[in-house]
Design a protein around this ligand. Sequence first.
Ligand SMILES: [Zn+2]
Length: 392
Amino acid sequence: MKRHLLPLLLTVLLLGSSGCGMQTELPTAEEETFAVLTDPPTEPPATEPPPITEEPTTEPVLVRVEDPAETPHIFFHSLIYDPDLAFDNDGEDDGYNIYMTTVQEFRTILDQLYENDYVLVRQHDIATETEDGFVPGDIYLPEGKKPVIISQDDVNYYNYMTGDGFATRLVVRNGKVVCEYTDKGKTMTGAYDLVPILDEFVEAHPDFSYNGAKAVIAVTGYEGVFGYRAVDNPDSPDFEKECKEASAVADALRNSGYEIASHSYGHINFTKSSYSTIEYDTNRWEERIGSVVGGSDILIYPYGADITSNIYHDAYEDTEKFRLLYNHGFRYFLNVDNTQDAWVQLNTRYVRQARRNLDGFRLYYYPEKMKDLMRHPEAVLDDHRPQPVPKI
Ligand SMILES: [Zn+2]
């Protein structure tokens, strides 16, 4: 049995806070004959290969990532596309300022992660389930490169965000996932949130992605999924149509390197919720959302609120809440912890990882804590944000 435990204290924060070298070609028989015939008779036949005329291949040497448990995992909420609309004193400003990241900030973060030699990997890359349980995943990156996972929570485009400068839903156009965005009654499609922005970045920098990995997209269900409200309303005349459209978005996301996670149906607190509440919620997510997005074995705890803050395997596995979630097929459990750069707990039956929020609150108060990720974290904050950012 493989056990891998970092002896580190996990503080769950309620989010209130082939080597493939240069190839030389052997001379062909024709070239050899030509060389012999034209060489002066005093010289022996050429034994050296002819000069290389082809461009050498530039494939980098790949190195196995020694400890995938040291992979940092960073996360975002829906990105603020138009800060003027987000910060318009309508009562939601403080929440957006604390918990959200702007499009401009996200683009700067991607630039800096890339400059700092990070490469996106999948949640499933860091650990693989074998007959003997989970074992560290085999990740091969060019020498000097480091893995990182990105996730985005609440990709639901909730009602309360309408008119506040956010995308309104994800749609598939020419096989690609883009966002809809409505401004002054006009609806446009384009890069208004994380998915299409990340897609464009990886298209421009393919070496930023390991095997095409992009991000983990976490969704609740109480207002449908990806902005398709009727998915949670079987009585709606749009139910069938929106379920099909949301399924198409999920398929296109997976085809493009994304993974999909449950963020619970009702955005519940797993620390405080009773077993029966979690049971009801998990069934509901599975029936209403999992059935549309293709299920998931990744659970991202809302508020970062894990079923227990206890770091010991037995204390986790022996809980009835764990058994319930395990029986529903969940294997990757993600909470929130900013006290360490990376924290992964690998056990026979599960993988548990802590994530770090790169939002207004953290960017304003703790940029120095992101020095492992970026060389100039203090340069990320968007001037369009009201400052100081409110405290939680
Ligand atoms: Zn959430």
